[in-house]
Design a protein around this ligand. Structure first.
Ligand code: SF4
Length: 148
């Protein structure tokens, strides 16, 4: 009986997590182009909230970390600290060519490369900058993988 209740509780928790993920956005060195596209994704025109996604400010309440830009030496520790403060299970979406590989900043003295140099990344969204449609596709891809 207890195991059945535990299973039901786990199913409800998973259902809620998939249908109402909370996200936090962090710019680890972006030129701001990708950040503007993320803001556009949140506007009524693209309306990412129809998938239940809510952008909020505290890593302690976030399920998904959306990162833009390459990782700079100055931002590496902050990025790691934000990730560490997020509760399990947690997921990372890297948005833009810079977040994937360092992009146009690759080889700069203060650039360490893409987000995956510091954190495990679940979804990569290419583009410079990626359009809101591509960002939504990345988010939906993550949610679909969680359902499975
Ligand atoms: S991918 Fe392009 S728009 Fe995004 S941070 Fe890099 S240079 Fe800027």
């Amino acid at each position: 009986m207890t195991s059945t209740l535990e299973a039901i509780k786990e199913n409800i928790t998973s259902w809620a997590r998939i249908n109402s993920p909370w996200a936090i956005h962090y710019n680890s060195g972006s030129c701001n182009g990708c950040d503007i596209e993320i803001l556009a994704t949140l506007t009524p025109r693209y309306d990412v909230e129809r998938f239940g996604i809510k952008l909020q400010g505290s890593p302690r309440h976030a399920d998904i970390l959306i990162c833009t830009g390459p990782v700079t030496r100055q931002s590496r520790d902050r990025l790691r600290r934000i990730y560490d403060q997020m509760p399990e299970p947690k997921f990372v979406i890297a948005v833009g060519a810079c977040a994937l590989s360092g992009g146009v900043f690759e080889g700069c003295y203060n650039c360490l490369g893409g987000i995956d140099q510091v954190l495990p990344v679940n979804v990569f969204v290419p583009g410079c900058p990626p359009r809101p449609d591509a960002i939504i596709h990345g988010v939906v891809t993550l949610l679909e993988s969680l359902k499975q």
